[in-house]
Design a protein around this ligand. Sequence first.
Ligand code: MG
Length: 363
Amino acid sequence: MKISAIRFAKLQVPLKTPFKTAIRTVENITDLVIIVETDAGIVGYGSAPATPVITGDTHESIYYVLNNIIQPQIVGMDVQELNAICHKIQHAVVGNSSAKAAIEIAIYDLWAKSFNAPLYQLLGGGSPKLRTDVTISIDKLDKMLADANLALSRGFDILKIKIGTEIENDIVRVEAIAKELGNRATLRLDVNQGWTAKQTVYALQKLAHLGVKLELVEQPVKSNDIDGLRYISERVTTPIMADESAFSPLQVIDLIRTGAADIINIKLMKSAGLSQAIKIADLAELHNIPCMIGCMLEGSISVAAAAHLACAKASSISLIDLDGPTLGQYNPVVGGVNFDDASIELSQSPGLGIDSIQGLQEL
Ligand code: MG
């Protein structure tokens, strides 16, 4: 089964409620969809969101890199030459992690289809079910409390609270949400680089003093402030998770070696695809560092690939943050992974299991 061409399409799904973090506000899930065609008539699906403030990638840059640089290097290759194709993708261009992720997802989909097996089975197998947390956007406190209560009523029991705008206000919001929820939910905080290292130590000590229990705190400081992450990790007992600081396997090695992070957040759009995400999961496991699997604000094609990886690498990836598809008003993908609020269940169909995608606007 040889790769013959790449087609591109846009896919937009409105959000149930606007997604707000310390660095952006978004109202739709907008993915660039990659359709890799083969001489056997079977296609593989991949996708990527544009996250210029996180990865630097836009849909225009992803399209250009895949169409003009990567496509000519992989057309004609057999999809079962998986490692050789991924090697070409990874070395075709520096950076551009979302483009590499999107095309690798489609290639892994085809690779698994060529063996007529669901992707997670070929990655090592495991339980095809996951439970995800859900993100509560930054907003006025009463809106965040209402969103948190709504999430609980939908069956979520782990909430990831977005903060990181103004520290005293952040502390007030977290304390109020924790008091409101009591023992009904586990709380994770995502500061999205909004605090300094000293502010983080101050805030976590104050929250602990107020009796607030936190499972983890994600990326409190700027992505390049590895010294800051280490400063925090040495002074607080709350586990510190690296997100924007942890793109590549080499960066993760540095984070682990320097003791800067207790947990690594793997996202396919940061790691540059499945091949590199697997490396991160494996090297973290070797160091007894747990991983979260996360996603950007992205839809159910690329998040399906992340779910397959998480099921197969459950011994390393113990924290699941794959709420992207459930934040949309509907799921445009027919077949594939079933995203039902907190419950995620993989299909037993070959590859990612996608039958069709509704509302694709081909480019
Ligand atoms: Mg994050």
